[in-house]
Structures are given as structure tokens and as C-alpha cells.
Ligand binder design. Structure first.
Ligand SMILES: Nc1ncnc2c1ncn2[C@@H]1O[C@H](COP(=O)(O)OP(=O)(O)OP(=O)(O)O)[C@@H](O)[C@H]1O
Ligand SMILES: [Mg+2]
Length: 361
């Protein structure tokens, strides 16, 4: 179990800056997800931690050792790749045992370690099969087993579930959480799937264009997204945004935009953000679950109704702005219905228009 310290790390490929002045501290035993859209530098970061890529600048420490100049084999890490790259001609046992053989671990010790890993990952019945005789989820477990027997201080996992179907992914998510609870090792999990990051991690590092946007617990990134990008990236369906302005008249803040005027609850924005008599351009954000359709509020028109079984996603036209709402399936709605919308006053998010920085307290 080791902490991982990333200190002002950069990685440039020609004129592309894949990782841009990144500083992060992963605690020993923590499960951290690195989350962001395709191309934001996730794999590059993981490969630098693994020693497969050298930082252009900055320092990486694992435990109390700076590892910048250490080769992968001396870093006490194990990496699981998106394509699990099992050896097709070897059995499950052979695949799991392989890193130990390479290390010249004595045979008896190898057997114990393979047995322990197989037990932990429920692969005991499958040890004599070849990879092609396994399901995707089983192959994934073998890849994990191969990492596990090395007993590293830090596990690096690069989108390990992306080749699996939705049901198996959900199952493997739960298995990974349990595995982490049992072994308690530091795990760095790269994904572009916010659901994976939200369900499994202690903390999530959100990246965009190689730049850290926020590093916080799933609850915090959801409730207090640091900027408009994080707000829009986390949560499905995404947060709604309406551009407008907030004015301050006698200490009362009002948001006007999208054809609506809402009074902003006291305490939501920092005191003194907007001087009395002033206006401030903002984007207002609200999640699909934080608006209500009922007989009070602003006039709107239902444009699309998407039932999913346990809830209904409704697209609503609010004075020309498309708003997504998540409603109970018992509320019967159809396209063309005239409705009224109400916003949950304590769940409004405000972002500055320049960098999209969160303005809320
Ligand atoms: N070896 C390389 N040479 C040149 N550019 C590279 C190299 N590796 C990565 N890049 C670039 O660096 C950026 C980050 O790539 P990276 O693979 O880290 O993204 P990612 O977040 O893992 O994306 P994905 O979700 O698609 O896997 C991209 O713009 C990519 O094109
Ligand atoms: Mg990648």
C-alpha cells in the first residue's frame, strides 16, 4: 500500500500537451478514478505512473520514492490494460503465473499465489482453460489475477471494463469494489465512464485537455462541480444550462434568462459577489431531477417523452430553451402537453461566463 504523488507533471508529444501541469496526491489504499473525455490524457498519465512513458517535466513518487528514472519493473506497480492481452496459448493458470515465473519465484510459492488469486477472483474452476474458452468477464478476471499475484503497492487500471457488455460491466464494478475492500491496495482507475467513476471511487480526478478540473469525492463533484465542464460531464442526463444574468436590487438577487425570472435563495451565492444595483452575466445550471412539472411555475411545452421503465426522461421547451427533466413514470405526459415548471431553489448552480467557474458558496 503506497501513496502516489504527482507533482507538476507535464507530458508533451510534439505540440500536443497531453498532461498539463498536473498535481495530485493519491492516499495509500485509496481507490481513485481518473475521469475525462477521450483524448484528455488519462492513458498518458497512467503510462507515466507505470514507467512506460517519461514525463516531459515534473516528478512522480510512489511510496516515498521518486520513480521518474525507475523502469516499470522496479516501481512496485501492476497495470491492467483495456485490452487484457492474455497469452492465448497458455491456460488461465499459466497466464496468472507468468509474471511470477518471469521473476523466478519458486514453484511452490507460485502455486500458493495462483491459488489465492484464483480463489479471490473465483477462477478456481477455470484454471486449466485457455482464454478463448472464457467469457469476456472471466478473461478480465484473469487479467486482474495476473496483476494480483505480483502483489504490487499500486494497481493501475486503464478502462478495464470497456470491452464488456453493460450487465457484465455492472457485475465487474461490484467485484472490483469488493476486491479493493479485501486487499486495500491503492488503485488508480482510468475511465471515461462517469458511472464507473461515481460508483467505485473514493475520489475522482476529472481531466480535460490534460488539465485537472476537480479532484474530490463523487458526492462533491456531483453536488458542487467546480466548473461548467464538470457539471455537464458528471450526471446522466446532463445538467441543464440557461444563460442569463443575475441582478442585485437592494440585496435581493434575481436570475433572469430563458424567459424566466427566479429569485436566488439567500446564501446560495457569496455575499458581495454582485454590488447593489449591478448585473452579472452567468450560466444557471440545474439537474434533470431538480425541476418539477406541476400546476405551478413557468409555462413550458413537452417535446419528447422517453420512458425508461423506472423513470421518464422528458424534453421540454422552455421559451425556446431545451430542458431535460427526470420524472416519475406515474406522471402521464405526452409530446405537445402544456405544462408548468418549477425549479428547486436550493439546487441551482451558477457559473461565470468566462471560464465557467462555479460561483455558488
Ligand atoms: N505516443 C503519442 N504520440 C503523440 N501523441 C500522443 C501519443 N500518445 C497520446 N497522444 C496524444 O495525447 C493526448 C492524450 O491521449 P491519451 O491516450 O492519454 O488520452 P485518453 O484520455 O486515454 O483517451 P481515451 O479515452 O480515448 O483512451 C491525445 O491528444 C493523443 O492524441
Ligand atoms: Mg486511454
Amino acid at each position: 500500500m503506497s501513496e502516489v504523488h504527482i507533482n507538476h507533471v507535464y507530458k508533451r508529444f510534439g505540440d500536443v500537451t497531453a498532461v498539463d501541469d498536473l498535481s495530485l496526491l493519491f492516499k495509500a489504499g485509496e481507490f481513485v478514478s481518473v475521469l475525462g473525455p477521450s483524448g484528455c490524457g488519462k492513458t498518458t498519465l497512467l503510462r507515466m505512473l507505470a514507467g512506460l512513458e517519461t514525463p516531459s517535466a515534473g516528478e512522480i513518487s510512489i511510496g516515498d520514492k521518486v520513480v521518474n528514472d525507475l523502469p516499470p519493473g522496479s516501481r512496485d506497480i501492476a497495470m491492467v490494460f483495456q485490452t487484457y492481452a492474455l497469452y492465448p496459448h497458455m491456460t488461465v493458470r499459466g497466464n496468472i503465473e507468468y509474471p511470477l515465473k518471469k521473476r523466478r519465484t519458486p514453484k511452490a510459492e507460485r502455486a500458493v499465489k495462483v491459488k489465492d488469486a484464483a480463489e479471490l477472483l473465483q477462477l478456481e474452476e477455470l484454471l486449466d482453460r485457455k482464454p478463448r474458452q472464457l467469457s469476456g468477464g472471466q478473461q478480465q478476471r484473469v487479467a486482474l489475477g495476473r496483476a494480483l499475484v505480483r502483489d504490487p503497492a499500486v494497481f493501475l487500471l486503464d478502462e478495464p471494463l470497456s470491452n464488456l457488455d453493460a450487465k457484465l460491466r455492472a457485475h465487474m464494478r461490484a467485484e472490483l469494489i469488493q476486491l479493493h475492500e479485501r486487499i486495500g491496495k491503492t488503485m488508480v482507475y482510468v475511465t471515461h465512464d462517469q458511472l464507473e467513476a461515481m460508483t467505485m471511487s473514493h475520489r475522482i480526478a476529472v481531466l480535460r485537455f490534460g488539465v485537472l478540473q476537480q479532484f474530490a469525492s463523487p458526492d462533491e463533484v456531483y453536488r458542487k462541480p467546480a466548473n461548467e465542464f464538470v457539471a455537464g460531464f458528471i450526471g446522466t442526463p446532463s445538467m441543464n444550462f440557461i444563460a442569463g444574468e443575475i441582478d442585485n436590487s437592494d440585496g435581493k438577487l434575481t436570475f433572469c434568462g430563458g424567459g424566466v425570472a427566479l429569485s436566488v435563495q439567500a446564501g446560495l451565492l457569496p455575499d458581495g459577489l454582485i454590488a447593489d444595483g449591478d448585473k452579472f452575466l452567468v450560466k444557471m445550471g440545474f439537474r434533470p431531477e431538480d425541476i418539477f412539472i406541476g400546476d405551478q411555475g413557468d409555462d413550458a411545452l413537452v417535446s419528447v417523452v422517453e420512458p425508461t421503465g423506472h423513470e421518464v426522461i422528458v424534453l421540454i421547451d422552455l421559451n425556446g430553451n431545451e430542458v431535460v427533466a427526470r420524472v416519475n413514470p406515474d406522471v402521464r405526459l405526452k409530446a405537445g402537453d402544456k405544462v408548468k415548471l418549477r425549479f428547486r431553489p436550493d439546487k441551482l448552480h451558477f457559473f461565470g461566463t468566462k471560464e465557467g467557474i462555479r460561483l455558488n458558496v
